[in-house]
Design a protein around this ligand. Structure first.
Ligand SMILES: [Zn+2]
Length: 273
């Protein structure tokens, strides 16, 4: 999500400051280099939804995984689908419109669950952490997450849980920032608290290697254009943003893309459960 420079209050301690970060310098420094307690992370995301309702992924559909959706549209409609970190339920509503009838949506904040109940009333809703899934092994054919992986403190645990709940041969469709380009942008913009909200960014090679450790093969999809959220982050006059939005990005190699859209297939011969 994107927020322009402004006078604001820290999401954790309410101290006023001016800037682009979500945390004041003191709160940002407090958790640097150590695990952030789950209760603090949860409070941060709930406050984020309350403070920036029109800019968060709970309140708006700014970051649609366009390339993933093209692949998802080809799946059989009776696929058992789990979406992690469903936010405001925009992808969930799209799955419903596409005719998927076995969809479980999940998130770990109270603010998201309230939005999900409104936007996707037909889906099964589950409150859970994406690194501790309350489902039996081999429950789903498809797992989807869009802008979730980078928020998780323990990516290895998360992927091992996804591998467990997928059937052999099942697929994980995910979208996440590319660490190479995103980290450069955060540095340029002075976002000193980015480690707090994006603790687990991966480069294309890191993503491929991480998933391979859990028995997944990975296929990177070309992102056709910048998303609305990426356009809003562009420096320079806003009048140029519609032009930038039409520029084709399909030719960019994965390492230069702003974000990664990936289909990870759980290879059955790795299945040792
Ligand atoms: Zn603070």
């Amino acid at each position: 999500m994107v927020v322009d420079r402004s006078r604001r209050t820290c999401l954790l301690c309410d101290a006023p400051f001016e800037g682009r970060t979500f945390l004041c310098r003191a709160c940002s420094d407090r958790y640097r280099g150590q695990p952030v307690p789950t209760s603090i992370r949860k409070r941060f995301y709930e406050e984020l939804d309350r403070h920036y309702p029109t800019r968060s992924n709970t309140g708006g559909d700014f970051n649609a995984p366009v390339a993933l959706l093209r692949e998802i549209e080809r799946l059989p409609r009776d696929a058992r689908v789990l979406e992690l970190g469903s936010g405001g339920g925009f992808l969930g509503a799209r799955l419903h419109a596409l005719g998927f009838h076995s969809v479980t949506l999940s998130d770990f904040t109270a603010t998201s669950l309230a939005a999900l109940r409104e936007r996707a009333p037909d889906a099964t809703l589950v409150v859970c952490d994406a690194a501790a899934l309350p489902f039996s092994s081999r429950t789903f054919d498809v797992v989807i997450s869009s802008d979730v992986l980078e928020h998780l403190p323990d990516v290895e645990l998360h992927i091992s849980e996804v591998a467990r709940v997928l059937v052999p041969g099942g697929q994980y469709f995910l979208k996440t920032p590319n660490r190479i380009t995103a980290a450069a942008y955060y540095r340029l913009r002075g976002l000193h608290d980015s480690y707090f909200w994006h603790p687990s960014m991966l480069s294309p090679d890191e993503l491929r290697a991480t998933f391979a450790r859990h028995g997944f093969s990975t296929r990177f999809l070309a992102q056709p254009h910048l998303t609305g959220a990426q356009l809003a982050k562009l420096p320079g006059p806003s009048i140029l943003r519609p032009i930038a939005g039409r520029v084709s990005l399909g030719w960019l190699p994965p390492i230069a893309r702003p974000h990664l859209e990936v289909v990870a297939t759980h290879l059955s011969h790795y299945d040792r459960r």
